[in-house]
Design a protein around this ligand. Structure first.
Ligand SMILES: Nc1ncnc2c1ncn2[C@@H]1O[C@H](COP(=O)(O)OP(=O)(O)OP(=O)(O)O)[C@@H](O)[C@H]1O
Length: 310
């Protein structure tokens, strides 16, 4: 069991501070979603973790050891940073064999990981003929080659079809259940909500949240009800009488704040407003994320002066 420990991590690129004193521990035995707007510092963190970039200050270690200090690092840390990393002229099998040989990993692992990612039937095709989703699978296979305790995956769902996404979700959950540390960056909130037990959210190089996915979502929104009625005027008057506020949510739906479905159903019935649809509206990770990162997006449409022009 190996935790990832990030302490006071700071990275400056000339005038730009990509990471600003980031401190967080990524625990084993669970899938941790690594979230944040474009430019928040996720890739920079992953690159520093892998010794591909040097921090200006602070440290990033695996069970207390820097990546560059690990002997046979692929046995400890598997990473998917760039799905285009494999040489296009090689077959998937040859690519994995080369990585295994260079890292003194048993050749027998190649067939195992090809099978694991569902690429066995395509193992002898050249990588240049692979779809983006197949390249992602090969990237995951490469990360798994050393049977590592830690997995760092940058946008692994990128290019996967719906079946591939379900496969990836199951794989990540199983790897975490085996006690591994699984850190997965993503911009797909629904997918992260379905996969990650825990989330670490960055904004402008700083930690915005480090908590369980369920807690973050729960904290996002109060109770709300989604309702649609054939008599909007009557329902509006009855809700106002009870001191409840609402807002339109499109297609004739309203969102009533601080109320439950049962209460709104009774109010509508008493007011003689036929209900066409009614449900408690559960907050989503996307909502929680947007609330959290609202002020931290480096690039946002319609905002002037917030981002830098390069
Ligand atoms: N090599 C570099 N030179 C200069 N600035 C860089 C370099 N790499 C990253 N940056 C800057 O550092 C900041 C963090 O970038 P990073 O790629 O880590 O963000 P990210 O969270 O991975 O974003 P995305 O979601 O778009 O992948 C950005 O402002 C980016 O422009």
């Amino acid at each position: 069991m190996t935790a990832i420990e990030i302490r006071g991590l700071t990275k400056e690129y000339r005038a730009r501070r990509a990471l600003d004193g980031l401190t967080v521990t990524v625990e084993p035995g669970r899938v941790t979603g690594f979230l944040g707007p474009n430019g928040a510092g996720k890739s920079t963190t992953l690159r520093i973790l892998l010794g591909l970039d040097r921090p200006t200050a602070g440290s990033a270690t695996f069970g207390g050891r820097a990546y560059t200090a690990l002997r046979e690092p692929l046995r400890h840390v598997g990473a998917l940073l760039d799905a285009g990393a494999a040489h296009g002229g090689r077959t998937a099998r040859d690519h994995l064999r080369a990585v295994a040989a260079a890292n003194r990993l048993p050749a027998g692992r190649v067939a195992r990981v090809l099978d694991e990612v569902g690429l066995s039937p395509a193992a002898d095709r050249r990588v240049r003929t692979f779809s983006l989703g197949m390249r992602q699978r090969l990237g995951v296979a490469t990360a798994l080659l050393g049977d590592p305790a830690v997995l760092l995956l940058d946008e692994p769902a990128n290019g996967l079809d719906p079946e591939g996404i379900v496969w990836l979700r199951r794989l990540l959950r199983r790897l975490a259940a085996e006690g591994r540390t699984v850190l997965v960056s993503s911009h797909l909130m629904a997918e992260t909500a379905a996969t990650a037990d825990h989330v670490v959210v960055l904004g402008r190089g700083r930690l915005l949240a480090d908590r369980s996915t369920a807690d973050l979502v729960r904290a996002a929104g109060g109770r709300r009800v989604r309702v649609r009625t054939a008599e909007p005027g009557r329902l509006a008057a009855a809700l106002t009488d009870r001191g409840l506020s609402w807002e339109p949510a499109g297609d004739g739906w309203w969102l009533v704040a601080d109320a439950g479905a049962e209460e709104v159903g009774r109010i509508a019935a008493a007011a003689g407003a036929p209900v066409l649809g009614l449900a408690d509206d559960h907050p989503t990770l996307e909502q929680a994320y947007l609330d959290l990162t609202g002020g931290a997006a480096e690039f946002a449409a319609g905002r002037t002066g917030a981002g830098e022009v390069e």
